[in-house]
Design a protein around this ligand. Structure first.
Ligand SMILES: *Cc1c(COP(=O)(O)O)cnc(C)c1O
Length: 230
């Protein structure tokens, strides 16, 4: 096995252990392989080892790789910051967007989603710590924004995403993930079930699984350390 296949197997092992420990069905947790800054060949290796969903943050390199890998039926998730002048590219190339923070971006993505493609799956990014420097919607704004986005026909609002500051212990790591789950439980309705909780990365995926993550976004544990710190 090559290094990527070996690390991917290790990550699946971690997911399985955490799922068992916290009473979650294995198939309720989807692994998103974060392939930002990695060459297309690494993505191909992961795909050949059974990985299907990939997360990218930087649009230019993402589009190049998506084009280079057009022969494989991978699913592409945009997890970076959204800029208004780039929404058309996102709407054209991606299957999912995790970092949606505004109605303006939602409307642009809705209007720019090409006909003939299914609605774009989106998650609203929540800023739980209220840090001004961080992207995300505040918990107070979320219910109203979710309702408006729910009515955009070319978007499919799947749930919530968060990207907390790193924490040391499992107990500390669980706190923001627990807060995201509780927020979701508070605002969900019969029509807007917000089933997706996109939370957890290489260092804290166990804590996220404990709190109900349905998509974990894992980069370094699969592909090794990123050499260009971005
Ligand atoms: C880079 C990134 C990840 C993956 O982080 P790792 O620590 O490499 O697992 C997850 N989510 C987002 C939004 C990222 O930008």
């Amino acid at each position: 096995m090559n290094a990527i296949a070996t690390r991917l197997a290790d990550v699946h092992q971690r997911i399985q252990c955490a799922a068992t420990k916290y009473g979650r069905p294995d198939d309720s947790i989807q692994l998103l392989a974060v392939s930002k800054t990695r060459p297309a060949d690494d993505i191909r290796s992961a795909f050949e080892a059974g990985q299907y969903c990939f997360g990218e943050s930087y649009l230019q390199e993402a589009v190049e790789k998506i084009q280079q890998l057009s022969d494989i039926p991978a699913q592409w998730h945009f997890i970076g910051r959204i800029q208004s002048n780039k929404t058309k590219i996102i709407a054209e190339y991606f299957d999912w967007v995790h970092g949606l923070c505004s109605l303006k971006h939602a409307q642009r993505l809705n209007d720019q989603r090409p006909e003939g493609r299914p609605p774009l799956n989106v998650c609203l990014q929540i800023n739980l710590s209220q840090e001004l420097s961080k992207a995300g919607v505040s918990p107070e704004e979320i219910a109203e924004l979710a309702e408006m986005i729910h009515h955009l026909p070319r978007l499919q609002l799947q749930g919530l995403m968060t990207l907390p500051a790193p924490a040391e212990t499992l107990e500390q790591q669980r706190l923001p993930f627990q807060a995201l789950r509780q927020l979701r439980d508070k605002i969900k309705t019969d029509e807007l079930t917000l089933d997706t909780l996109s939370m957890g990365m290489s260092a804290d995926l166990e804590a996220a699984i404990a709190e109900g993550a349905t998509i974990i976004r894992v980069g370094t544990a699969i592909f090794g350390a990123r050499n260009t710190p971005k």
